[in-house]
Ligand binder design. Structure first.
Ligand SMILES: Cc1cc2nc3c(=O)[nH]c(=O)nc-3n(C[C@H](O)[C@H](O)[C@H](O)COP(=O)(O)OP(=O)(O)OC[C@H]3O[C@@H](n4cnc5c(N)ncnc54)[C@H](O)[C@@H]3O)c2cc1C
Length: 388
């Protein structure tokens, strides 16, 4: 069914990445989930294999591959069942690094993008603030030009890789006449004086490092403003399409994994003299769930194919995240139910999946905000223009 998107090369890539994850990541996952810290050694290993370079130009050490290699990369990371590990990887690779690629100067790309592709540097993207994440325009963090430096003051919260990344991509307000929404995208080195971070405790994504960050008179070179002054908001909105599609793909992949696991369990577990997969009420729910997941997956692949051709997919990417995260939550909830008491136990995968999945409808634009965007596009005929 999906062979239209995946070639033999894609399938080999999937096999190779799956083997790599089993060898290099899976043996450590339980520990990383407990400590809440991913060992830094894994980053250069990803780098050596080219796994951070899938969508990046060869000039900076990337592989410049099509989007279905990214789809595979995302799907396979969901199958090892640590939403936090996957988030740390994709937040670096696609939240932070997308800004380096799209708005970074040549000097920034040569230094930071190359090191990020190699896994020698880790990045994070700082948009959300304690005053609010949905209303990006209401942010308070500000960057003020002082000679040949910007001075940044403010705070960010819920930032993935926020404590242990080497650099931060910071979205901050700027003073530009007649532009109350003027924002900039700034590159800040972790060790710049005035940057401090606190790790947050959270329900799921436990292996990933989520931080609150304070900027107290942080001085950075003016050349660390990326892209055009004042256009930060547009850049953020532009890149949200990819982030939201990524979260949609993650959702269909974790739901599919939950279903596969649960079906196997149901075939082995007996009650009242027959295996669980023989009970019609459960079989029908399984059929419904597979249908819902397959429809999400097919839609997500279609959006990915269009994004790869630079088709404008802002609305569809919102739909992808909205629907796939909803379906994933429902599927994982019911799969846990089908495991009975074992579903509630930590040594079975569904407990963690339930916690991790809950972030889907919240991070990167809540479901309510996505519905607002879709409604504005459908009903008010609004277009979310690019910065060009
Ligand atoms: C584990 C984790 C990792 C994260 N990683 C990052 C990261 O790397 N970088 C980053 O910048 N951010 C990150 N976030 C932040 C995330 O994007 C925000 O939490 C999200 O955008 C929501 O913002 P908020 O939490 O401030 O909720 P609020 O904006 O305060 O919203 C609260 C509630 O009100 C609803 N609401 C708000 N406005 C409206 C409206 N107009 N209509 C209807 N309902 C509305 C929301 O949907 C939500 O249900 C992360 C969050 C978490 C939990």
């Amino acid at each position: 069914m999906h062979s239209a998107y995946f070639t033999e090369e894609h399938n080999l890539f999937r096999e190779g990445f799956r083997t790599f994850l089993q060898a290099e990541v899976v043996p450590h996952l339980e520990e990383w989930e407990k400590t809440g810290t991913i060992a830094k050694e894994i980053w250069p290993k990803f780098g050596e294999m080219g796994y951070f370079g899938i969508r990046y130009p060869e000039k900076y050490g990337g592989l410049d591959l099509d989007i279905f290699y990214l789809v595979i990369w995302l799907e396979e990371m969901q199958r090892i069942n640590s939403g936090g590990f996957a988030a740390a990887m994709w937040a670096h690779n696609y939240l932070a690094m997308t800004h380096l690629l799209k708005e970074g100067s040549e000097a920034i790309k040569e230094k930071y993008l190359t090191a990020s592709i190699n896994g020698e540097m880790i990045g994070c993207l700082c948009i959300s603030e304690p005053v609010g994440g949905s209303d990006v325009g209401a942010m308070l963090t500000k960057a003020v030009l002082d000679g040949d430096e910007y001075v940044i003051n403010g705070s960010k919260t819920f930032i993935t890789n926020g404590v242990y990344s080497d650099y931060l991509i910071v979205i901050a307000k700027m003073d530009i006449a007649d532009n109350p929404r003027a924002m900039g995208v700034f590159l800040v080195d972790r060790d710049t004086p005035g940057v401090s971070a606190t790790k947050l405790d959270k329900l799921g994504w436990r292996a990933s490092d989520t931080g609150e960050i304070a900027f107290d008179n942080v001085r950075i070179p003016a050349s660390n403003l990326m892209g055009e002054p004042g256009k930060g908001f547009y850049y953020v909105m532009q890149h949200f399409a990819l982030e939201r599609l990524i979260m949609g793909i993650n959702a269909h992949a974790r739901a599919e994994y939950a279903l596969e696991y649960t079906l196997q369990y149901m075939s082995e577990r007996t009650a009242f003299g027959k295996s669980l997969d023989k009970y019609q009420a459960l079989r029908h729910r399984v059929s419904e769930m597979y249908t819902e997941v397959e429809i999400c997956k097919t839609f997500n692949y279609m959006v990915a194919a269009n994004l790869d051709k630079d088709v404008y997919v802002v609305k569809e990417a919102c739909m992808s995240k909205l629907q796939s995260t909803k379906v994933a939550d429902q599927v994982i909830y019911d799969c846990l139910q089908f495991l009975g008491g074992y579903g509630y136990m930590e040594e079975y995968p569904l407990a963690r999946m339930l916690r991790d999945s809950r972030l889907g409808p919240i991070g990167g634009g809540t479901s309510e905000i996505l519905k607002e965007i879709i409604a504005k596009m459908l009903i008010d005929k609004k277009t979310y223009k690019t910065s060009a």
